[in-house]
Write a protein that binds this ligand. Structure first.
Ligand code: SF4
Length: 110
């Protein structure tokens, strides 16, 4: 009889434990998504940004290396959406403007 109770209680424990594991796995994924969207914006006055001539608005750059239509959204180092802000592999931990630009711009491969 007590054996049956042990089995029941073990089953209940395993169910709870399995549920907790799933919850932790799901919760564990949430901060990663939030992190990508919440990266602090790269400042034009950041030393690396300055060195690479980064501007928030590609249409306003006077840098002779800029080619018409080139911006972060069509650069291979940019991994964000085509509008708003997103990560750039050259500026880890910061977000760049999809409309921004810097001298390291490399067109995305088609
Ligand atoms: S490397 Fe590309 S995505 Fe990164 S700041 Fe320069 S132009 Fe934008």
């Amino acid at each position: 009889m007590s054996n049956q109770k042990d089995i029941e209680s073990r089953r209940r424990f395993l169910k709870v434990a399995a549920g907790t594991t799933v919850a932790v796995a799901v919760m564990g994924g949430v901060p990663r998504f939030a992190e990508a969207a919440d990266l602090p914006p790269l400042s034009e006055s950041d030393p690396t940004a300055k060195a690479l001539g980064y501007v928030e608005d590609a249409s306003k750059t006077t840098n002779p290396k800029h080619t018409a239509g080139a911006d972060c959204a069509n650069c291979q180092f940019y991994t964000g959406a085509s509008t708003g802000r997103g990560p750039c592999r050259l500026f880890p931990g910061k977000s760049v403007n999809a409309k921004g630009w810097c001298i390291s711009h490399t067109p995305k491969q088609a």
